[in-house]
Design a protein around this ligand. Structure first.
Ligand code: ADP
Length: 389
């Protein structure tokens, strides 16, 4: 019998990103269904990244269930005879209850509903997709994999805000995100870095969303994202950490509604907001505009400041790892970060950096730096199959 396949799903408010994978995690197909609730669009690529033209123009797609129905149809058409073994979902929030992936049955989903107020932009849609797929395929095992779980072993002090205890007790503290990416990197680190992988390492996940995680012995001890995925570094369109007084100013002096402020902080800030040009690092690095240069300079400055803070939690720094779109591809950004650590004895290997690593520093560098590509979907496949076996 042909090998089974696994669906990896990442559902947002109006889109479902997916991978159809072999049991090894290797992608057979990848893509996204967007425009749920408005004008549907379907993007499909094969495992090598080649776009597959699709003559599919559903007039309407009212909800996630319609999108998933379409996806099941595509899987059956492109992979006839291959059984879908399970679906693994990226779920943004597992609170403090879920330290590992879990079979997402009705009782678990009810518990995960409790975290909707903590991640209103993502959690309801993540859960809606699981429930929709359960209606379409009641017998298909589904697994929830959490972006928060990797950070769950952190010390309580690393998680606290200086807020009144009543708020802390109801769960207002730092959870951290990008955990599936950090788990993927932690698993790859020994092969790339050797024994240094188990030292004091800061991993910089620099994509559209950006965060850093301080790891000691490949476990998270601190991270730059906090209660939400807005905190920490400057990102493509998100502000990163700002003085909370700015939010009060927008509310009280400028009459902004909460929805308007959310739009501003999540979609109009970051590299896009500061440059006034683009959220894409490629555009900014290619631009002569002073505002583009300022956005890149701020991006690097915030990374260096946060490295300083994470180093203090670690009590030192042996190595730095870059990952995700910017981390894996933007050599000039990596160079500026490593050069910023020059006073600590970091020595960039310019040629290795230009070539994409994996090692980016000279042999005599006191802090080593590496590029390690992330693969969150492969983590979801392996965790999903592990739970089923
Ligand atoms: P996501 O967080 O959505 O998964 P990615 O990890 O794919 O995003 O990162 C996307 C970002 O990576 C893009 O917005 C772009 O700024 C950056 N990027 C991708 N390729 C390059 C490149 N060659 N040079 C500089 N930046 C790049």
């Amino acid at each position: 019998m042909a090998e089974g396949i696994v669906l990896v799903l990442n559902a947002g408010s109006s889109s479902v990103k997916f991978r159809i994978a072999e049991e090894s995690g290797t992608a057979l197909y990848e893509g996204a269904i967007s425009g749920i609730g408005s004008k549907p669009a379907f993007k499909l690529k094969d495992g090598a990244g080649k776009t597959i033209p699709l003559d599919l123009a559903p007039e309407r797609m009212d909800e996630h269930q319609d999108a998933l129905d379409l996806l099941l149809g595509i899987a059956a058409e492109f992979l006839p005879g291959r059984q879908i073994l399970a679906a693994g979902h990226r779920v943004v929030h597992g609170g403090l209850d879920f330290a590992a992936p879990v079979i997402a049955d009705a009782a678990v989903l009810d518990r995960l509903d409790a975290f909707v107020p903590l991640a209103p932009l993502h959690q309801p849609h993540n859960l809606a997709a699981i429930r929709a797929l359960a209606r379409l395929r009641p017998d298909l095992p589904q697994v929830a994999c959490f972006d928060t779980a990797f950070h769950i072993g952190q010390d309580r002090i690393a998680r606290l805000f200086g807020l009144p205890r009543a708020l802390i007790d109801e769960g207002v503290f730092r959870y951290g995100f990008h955990g599936l990416s950090y788990q993927a990197i932690a698993a790859r680190m020994p092969a790339v870095m050797g024994p240094g992988a188990d030292g004091k390492v800061i991993v910089a996940h620099l994509g559209n969303g950006c965060s850093m995680c301080a790891m000691d012995g490949r476990r998270s001890v601190a991270t730059t994202m906090g209660f939400t995925a807005l905190d920490g570094l400057v990102m493509g369109t998100r502000s990163g950490a700002i003085d909370p007084g700015v939010v009060l100013y927008l509310l009280e002096q400028k009459g902004y509604t909460p929805a308007r402020i959310a739009d501003l902080l999540y979609r109009e800030s970051g590299l896009l907001g500061v440059s006034g040009l683009s959220n894409d690092m490629r555009d900014l690095l290619a631009s002569d505009a002073p505002a583009a240069a300022e956005a890149v300079a701020l991006f690097v400055h915030r990374i260096l400041r946060e490295i300083g803070s994470l180093m203090m939690v670690l009590g030192g720094l042996d190595a730095l790892v870059f990952t995700a779109g910017i981390g894996e591809n933007a050599a000039p950004v990596r160079a500026r970060v490593i050069e910023g650590l020059g006073f600590l004895g970091a020595r960039l290997d310019g040629a290795a950096n230009a070539a994409g690593g994996p090692r980016l520093t000279a042999p005599d560098s006191r802090i080593a730096a590496f590029v390690i590509p992330t693969d969150e979907e492969a983590v979801i496949v392996s965790e999903t199959l592990r739970l089923l076996s």
